[in-house]
Design a protein around this ligand. Structure first.
Ligand SMILES: Nc1ncnc2c1ncn2[C@@H]1O[C@H](COP(=O)(O)OP(=O)(O)OP(=O)(O)O)[C@@H](O)[C@H]1O
Length: 242
């Protein structure tokens, strides 16, 4: 039977991907389901951010191919890929107000049409930040800043959303609110979410599918029910116990 998953918008596949960074070797092969929330877990230094950076295009493989939505994206610049990103430190520009920060998700030169401006306002409303348009990031709480970063990702309207520990800097109460917001946004957009997480409880609450990375290799890529039962992989068993 032919595997058609790569043809679907939002699918992520790596074939024979190899990369060397300093003394570290990475080798990834995977085909991830589109339209799902996919957790990327693993010990510190195992290669989770590197995996995301390869999908985003911030790292280029020495060998192998990266396919997004069925298209070969190997060698392509991050801006050309069907991805948007949210990092732990939200990457907002401190000297620009929220409207402008979110507008940058649409146009780096801030040439915004009336329709674009409408989209910025709608994205801010969707993350609960209506009325915050003229506020600078420094006047916001950590949770509000992270919601603004989500709004910027939303206006980009890309089929794949990459999240590198987006809630790590937030306290537990805010984290759980952000997990619910992410689930709602995912339900509304149907995009593929790839989220690096150190927190097994977060993985359980969020993910449909999970990838476990250990020593620069994928130890397991499986639906969440299988993943949570795979205690025969010692490093995964340790992760799940935390
Ligand atoms: N540009 C680089 N040059 C040399 N080594 C690098 C480079 N980038 C990453 N590494 C190393 O590769 C390994 C994997 O890094 P990576 O950031 O992908 O791990 P991680 O699983 O995301 O870790 P953490 O959970 O601690 O954030 C680390 O040991 C890191 O120091």
């Amino acid at each position: 039977m032919t595997d058609c998953s790569n043809m679907v918008e939002g699918s992520i596949a790596m074939t024979g991907v190899e990369l060397r960074l300093g003394t570290h070797d990475f080798r990834f092969d995977c085909s991830l389901p589109p339209g799902r929330i996919i957790a990327v877990a693993g010990p510190s230094g195992s290669g989770k951010s590197t995996f995301l950076n390869l999908v985003a295009g911030f790292e280029q493989p020495d060998r192998g191919r990266i396919l997004l939505a069925g298209q070969d994206m190997t060698g392509m610049h991050p801006a050309e890929r069907p991805v948007s990103l949210v990092f732990q430190d939200n990457n907002l520009f401190a000297h620009l107000d929220l409207f402008t920060n979110v507008g940058l998700g649409i146009s780096s030169s801030l040439k915004l049409s009336m329709q674009d401006r409408q989209r910025v306002s709608e994205a801010l409303a969707r993350v609960g930040l209506s009325g915050f348009e003229r506020r600078k990031p420094g006047t916001l709480s950590g949770g509000e800043r992270q919601r603004a970063a989500f709004a910027r990702a939303l206006v980009r309207d890309k089929p794949i959303l990459l999240l590198d520990e987006p809630f790590a800097a937030l306290d537990p109460g805010l984290r759980s609110g952000m997990v619910e917001l992410l689930k709602t946004l995912h339900r509304d957009t149907g995009n593929t979410v790839l989220i690096v997480s150190h927190d097994p409880a977060e993985v359980r609450r969020l993910a449909d599918h999970a990838v476990f990375i250990d020593g620069g290799r994928i130890g397991l890529s499986a639906p969440i029910e299988t993943f949570l039962k795979a205690t025969d992989i010692p490093a995964l068993a340790t992760f799940l116990q935390h």
